[in-house]
Design a protein around this ligand. Sequence first.
Ligand code: CS2
Length: 439
Amino acid sequence: MSIGGGDWGVCGVSLKSTHVQEALRPQDCLYTLAVLDTKISHRIVGALSDILIAAKELPQVLDAMTAPATHIFTVTVTEKGYCLNINGDLNIDHPDIRHDLQYPQTPSSVIGIIAEALRRRFVAGLAPPTVISCDNLSNNGSLLAKAVLAYADLTDREAARWIEDNVCFPCTMVDSITPATDDSLRERVTKEIGLIDMLPVQREAYTQWVIENRFCGPKPEWEAAGAILTDDVVPYENAKLRLLNATHSTLAYLGLLLDIETVFQAMQNPLLPGFIERMMRVEIAPTVDSLPGLKINDYAAAILQRYKNPAIKHYLSQIALDGSQKIPIRILETVKNNLAAGRSVGRLCLAVAGWMHFVRTKTLRGEKVNDPLADKLRTIGANCTLDASRDVARFITLKEVFGQELPNNRDFIEALTEAYKALDDGSAVAITSALRSGL
Ligand code: CS2
């Protein structure tokens, strides 16, 4: 099916992992998009021209990024890929950034690669591209711009000035629930299309892509496929991160402690849906502005409905990854707003306490927490004794998560300690009784 949009193609780049290239190259980079919802549909997508792996094929990656016909770089590397510190600045002590600063012409991080491609474009007198962050960070485009500029300032000041004056980094908000590909999806797609597809993609029917209308060159007509171009992405970003992503993480940590596997199953639990509904209505919605043509309560209700999609199997363990990166953005910013306004934070703190118990119980079982701070989390988890004040004191030493301000806020510490205590030993019985307590 063609919906127009112009004569464009996409060259995908993986930083390190080889599996996307291995799966897609033998099938000419075609893949199936399975939309799994009240209506199910399958469509073969032909927009990808190739997949490159930066760690193995850096010259080809930089060639593609400096081709005159390349106008746009999009970035989807999850929160940790930006190598930022808690203040949203480039972390120059990050091992990948340290490496790239030493060898700027053979970078390995996404920041180093973008900066090197931009430097080469500057030297070659090529047009500036538009660099679009598509990750779940508030002000994602500005953060990416700031990180690339900070890096370029340390490697090539002239190029840095050119980047600052010429390259556009629009902010975006991307929303569609897209569980990772697994064997059950491969089997379903093979049955459906009669071909073996090694890397089909699944998503719900709902999609929203809001892009700040700030481009420095040509762009595909994404509006033709429903993208919203706007001068201000912030209200969309805030609504999505604070309502959807925050409740997703809440379901993940509390749900996993309740031995629940998927978002759909979590929504069948007698207590969890009511808890996240109240959390959205009482503690999150007051911090979020209405969206053009949409009341926040309707937006929140639609999220709950999306979580009840029976056709999608979204594993809570996928959402639980990288908690140390997600919690500050999804939950703690809202906590700060509420503390400043004198509003309650008890439910938000229960979500954070859920994460703490998740870390603790995983460590106790000898399982690795999948997180860039895994080592620190293991040490903290192993030292927890279930003395709430002491355990909270251990966790809040993580400046990367809690920053400087919150650990000094007595109301926050009190609420977090209460919440941690309410979850008792983190067992399913304890979580159930905490959720029953009418929070
Ligand atoms: C999820 C998101 O994995 C997660 O942490 O919360 O990926 C979520 O599914 C998307 O942001 C929805 O647009």
